[in-house]
Design a protein around this ligand. Structure first.
Ligand SMILES: NC(=O)c1ccc[n+]([C@@H]2O[C@H](COP(=O)([O-])OP(=O)(O)OC[C@H]3O[C@@H](n4cnc5c(N)ncnc54)[C@H](O)[C@@H]3O)[C@@H](O)[C@H]2O)c1
Length: 318
């Protein structure tokens, strides 16, 4: 199995996954529409600088446009689709649900349909810890019910799992859905809290802390996530849904403390109540990932934050 299509390969997780796979001598084709949900320059720089000098093929295309995808599938015979493109972010899904439906549901359906037509053996795709919604039972396990999403983003990610299962049961596509838990690290996503906080600290602006910083997240370092994605590509399952988290939830307050410590500046803080669509805590049970993917997240939050800050200072020339 050598030729892999990575959708969303100019994105945070996609670019890191592409790098690892190229280094492991896979032939990589990337599709991304480079949209402006956050600064497209960062996406272009991931391709140009982070993946600079590496061999891959890039197509600027929209996964919700079937005709565009069809042309790419005519040119390339893929052994595996690693589907990471999505309209991400919980909060924006409350104001623009249509975009989420278009990319996360129609886009995923297009790729599954093309996988069926082109007899592509494997479909590895990104789901999210957000599918666990307001579940109170912690840690979150793959066997827990995920029928009550608390955001539209979560509803679309759960829909992706359902679509993949239907294509597996109808057409035998071997699929593996990975539920990522709050991924962070160098070349990360500017719309996520850790990145927004550091931007604001740098500009001397107050950071908005919901629920008094008492929310917990199972922050997972990008290299650990990539090891799980690569393992899911290299192993073959009929159909599996697998959590990829750190199994070590930490309070937002501790994240802020570590950002301040390693950036070398104290944040101005504004405390606010909980936001609609947010959940109090996330915590991944990773026993299944350990067993099936030999997954062993090895990066403590402080080490990951240190690496993120080092990249941030270098990239933004601080
Ligand atoms: N980062 C996290 O903490 C996290 C957590 C849970 C799940 N996820 C999931 O992981 C995947 C990757 O997330 P990420 O953090 O790298 O986000 P990202 O936004 O950095 O990457 C997604 C990429 O997909 C591209 N894209 C969006 N819509 C597209 C479309 N219609 N056609 C083609 N390309 C399109 C974007 O331009 C972007 O480069 C997503 O499926 C996301 O839902 C991420």
């Amino acid at each position: 199995m050598r030729k892999i299509l990575i959708t969303g390969g100019a994105g945070f997780i996609g670019a890191h996954t592409a790098k690892k796979l190229i280094e492991e001598k896979y032939e990589i084709v990337i599709i991304d529409n480079l949209n402006d949900y956050y600064d497209p320059k960062l996406k272009k720089d991931r391709l140009k600088i982070f993946l600079g000098g590496l061999k891959f093929k890039f197509y600027k295309a929209d996964i919700s446009n079937y005709k565009q995808l069809e042309k790419i599938f005519v040119k390339h015979k893929f052994d595996c689709i690693c589907h990471l493109a999505a309209q991400a972010g919980v909060r924006y899904s409350l104001t623009n649900p249509w975009l989420y439906e278009k990319t996360n549901i129609a886009g995923t359906l297009n790729l599954l349909e093309l996988a069926k037509i082109n007899k592509i053996k494997k479909f590895v795709f990104a789901s999210s810890s957000s599918v666990y919604g307001g579940n109170n039972k912690l840690p979150f396990s793959e066997t827990d019910s995920v029928d009550k999403p608390v955001s539209f983003y979560a509803a679309t990610k759960k829909s992706g799992e359902l679509l993949a299962y239907a294509y597996h049961s109808l057409y035998g596509i071997k699929a593996c859905g990975l539920r990522f838990f709050t991924v962070y690290g160098p070349w990360g996503r500017p719309d996520m809290a850790y990145f927004k906080f550091i931007d604001l600290i740098r500009k001397n602006k107050p950071i908005e802390i919901y629920n008094h910083g008492k929310m917990k997240r199972d922050f997972t370092y990008i290299d650990d996530i990539v090891s799980g994605v690569v393992s899911a590509i290299e192993n073959t399952f009929d159909f599996e849904i697998i959590n990829l988290g750190n199994n070590r939830p930490e309070e937002l307050g501790r994240l802020i403390f570590l950002l301040e410590k390693h950036f070398g500046k104290i944040a101005k803080k504004k405390y606010l109540p909980m936001q609609a669509g947010d959940v109090i805590a996330t915590w991944a049970n990773i026993n299944k990932a350990k067993k099936l993917l030999n997954y062993n997240p090895a990066t403590p939050l402080e080490e990951g934050v240190k690496k993120f800050i080092a990249w941030y200072k270098n990239y933004y020339k601080i």
